[in-house]
Write a protein that binds this ligand. Structure first.
Ligand SMILES: *Cc1c(COP(=O)(O)O)cnc(C)c1O
Length: 400
C-alpha cells in the first residue's frame, strides 16, 4: 500500500494526485491506533453486524466523551439527523430553522421528514447567528411561529456547529424556549469542541458524524446523543426496523435500517481513544496558521468566540479580493503546487436542491462563500508540510 488513505469519493478530481508523494491533502483520516486489533477481533469472532459488544462500547465511549447520558450509534451522521428529527416529532410541512452555511446533509435530513428547512445567516465565527434567528421569528413570522411567507409552522431549530467551532447554543436554546421550538443540534463537525467548558453535544438532542473527513472516522457512521433514556431507547428501536418480535418478524411501526455495524464501531472505539490527541494536534496546526498567515495583508485567520474551545476541524481563512485572489484562483494555484485546498459549501439558500425552501437574507454567508478557503489540516500533517503550505500561500497572496 502506498500513499495515503482518501476521504473523498473516487470522482473527486484530486484523488488522481494521490500517487504524488509530496501532495498535501486537505484532511485525511489518521488510522494508526488500535483499529486493526479491534477489527480483527470482530472478524475472528464473527461479530460483524450490528449486534456486538463494540457497538455498545462505542456508544458508552461517545456518551462519556460528550458528557451525554446516552448515545445511539447509526450508519451515518445524516441517518442520526433524520432519526433525531423523527424523535423530536418534526412533522410533514413544518419548518426547521437552519443556517444557510452548512453541509447539505443538515437540510436534506429535514426534507426526509417531509419538513422544510428555512435558512438564516451566520455570525462572524461562521456559526448560525442567534440574532438572525430571532429576527426571522419576530419579523417574518405571525404569532405562533407561522412563517408569513409560506404559511407553514416553524417548529424546530437545527443549529449546526460548523468547521469544528461551537455555535452559541445557549442563545439558540433560549430562543427555542421562548418561541416553543425544539432544538436538534447538528454536531457532525464538532466532536471534541467545548462550549463554555461543556462538551458540545451535551444537554440536548445532538448528532455526530464519523464520515471519512471528520475528526474521527469509522469509514461511515453517526451518533445520536441525548440525556433522555426514553429517547435513546426509542432511537435504538427505530434504527433497527422498529422490531417488536425478532423471531416472529413483528414490527410496531415503520422504522429504519440505521444501526452501525460492530466492525465500524470497533474502528470507532480505536479512534475515540485518540480524540484528545487529535484535538491537540488540530489546535496546534491552527495556532501556527494563525501566527504565520495572520501577518499577511488581506487574510482573516480563524478565531474563537469567547464561549468557544474550537477543534479547528477544518482550518478556514477568508481572503480579501485586494490580494488579487478569489477562493477558486487560490485553490487552483495551490493545486499546481500539489497542495489541496477547498472552498466552503455552496450556501443552502443558493443550492438548486433546496430552491423551494424559504430563506431570510444571508449576506454574511454569501460573503463567506465568496472569500473562504479551507487549508490542509490533517492530524498527520507534519511541521515541514505545514511550513510548505504557509510559504506557498504567502508567496501567492503577496504576488497575486
Ligand atoms: C458530515 C456532515 C453531516 C453528515 O454526516 P454523514 O456521516 O456524512 O452522513 C451532517 N452535517 C454536517 C454539518 C456535516 O459536516
Amino acid at each position: 500500500m502506498s500513499g495515503r488513505p482518501w476521504s473523498g469519493t473516487p470522482s473527486d478530481s484530486w484523488c488522481a494526485a494521490s500517487d504524488v508523494s509530496d501532495f498535501i491533502p486537505l484532511s485525511v483520516p489518521n488510522i494508526s491506533g488500535n483499529e486493526w486489533e479491534y477489527v480483527k477481533e470482530c472478524l475472528d469472532g464473527g461479530w460483524v453486524s450490528s449486534v456486538g459488544e463494540y457497538v455498545t462500547r462505542f456508544e458508552e465511549m461517545s456518551a462519556s466523551a460528550t458528557g451525554s447520558r446516552h448515545a445511539v450509534a447509526t450508519t451515518s451522521g445524516t441517518a442520526a439527523l433524520h432519526l433525531a428529527l423523527r424523535l423530536a416529532g418534526v412533522g410533514v410541512d413544518e419548518e426547521v430553522i437552519l443556517p444557510s452555511l452548512t453541509f447539505i446533509a443538515s437540510a436534506n435530513a429535514v426534507r426526509y421528514q417531509g419538513a422544510w428547512p428555512t435558512f438564516v445567516d451566520s455570525d462572524e465565527h461562521f456559526q448560525i447567528d442567534p440574532e438572525a434567528v430571532r429576527r426571522f421569528l419576530v419579523e417574518d413570522c405571525h404569532s405562533g411561529a407561522v412563517n408569513r411567507h409560506t404559511g407553514r409552522s416553524v417548529t424546530a431549530i437545527m443549529p449546526v456547529h460548523v468547521l469544528g467551532h461551537p455555535c452559541d447554543i445557549d442563545e439558540i436554546r433560549d430562543i427555542g424556549r421562548e418561541f416553543g421550538l425544539r432544538v436538534i443540534e447538528d454536531a457532525a463537525e464538532a466532536l471534541g469542541c467545548r462550549y463554555k467548558d461543556r462538551p458540545v453535544g451535551s444537554g440536548g438532542l445532538a448528532c455526530l458524524s464519523f464520515n471519512g473527513n471528520k475528526i474521527l472516522t469509522t469509514g461511515g457512521g453517526g451518533m445520536l446523543l441525548t440525556d433522555d433514556e426514553e429517547t435513546a431507547v426509542r432511537g435504538r428501536y427505530l434504527s433497527t426496523q422498529a422490531k417488536d418480535d425478532a423471531v416472529q418478524y413483528v414490527h410496531g411501526e415503520v422504522g429504519f435500517n440505521y444501526r452501525l455495524s460492530n466492525v465500524q464501531a470497533a474502528i470507532g472505539c480505536a479512534q475515540l481513544e485518540r480524540l484528545a490527541g487529535f484535538v491537540e494536534r488540530k489546535r496546534s496546526i491552527a495556532s501556527l496558521y494563525a501566527e504565520e498567515l495572520g501577518r499577511l495583508p488581506g487574510v482573516t485567520t480563524m478565531g474563537e468566540a469567547e464561549w468557544a474551545t474550537s477543534t479547528f476541524w477544518l482550518y478556514t481563512v477568508l481572503i480579501d479580493p485586494s490580494t488579487g485572489h478569489t477562493p477558486n484562483s487560490l485553490i487552483d494555484a495551490l493545486a499546481r503546487e500539489r497542495i489541496q485546498a477547498r472552498p466552503v459549501w455552496q450556501p443552502m439558500h443558493l443550492s438548486p436542491a433546496h430552491r423551494q425552501s424559504h430563506s431570510a437574507p444571508c449576506e454574511r454567508t454569501e460573503e463567506v462563500h465568496a472569500r473562504a478557503v479551507s487549508l490542509p489540516c490533517s492530524t498527520s500533517l507534519t511541521h515541514a508540510e505545514q511550513t510548505r503550505v504557509v510559504d506557498v500561500v504567502s508567496r501567492l497572496l503577496r504576488h497575486g
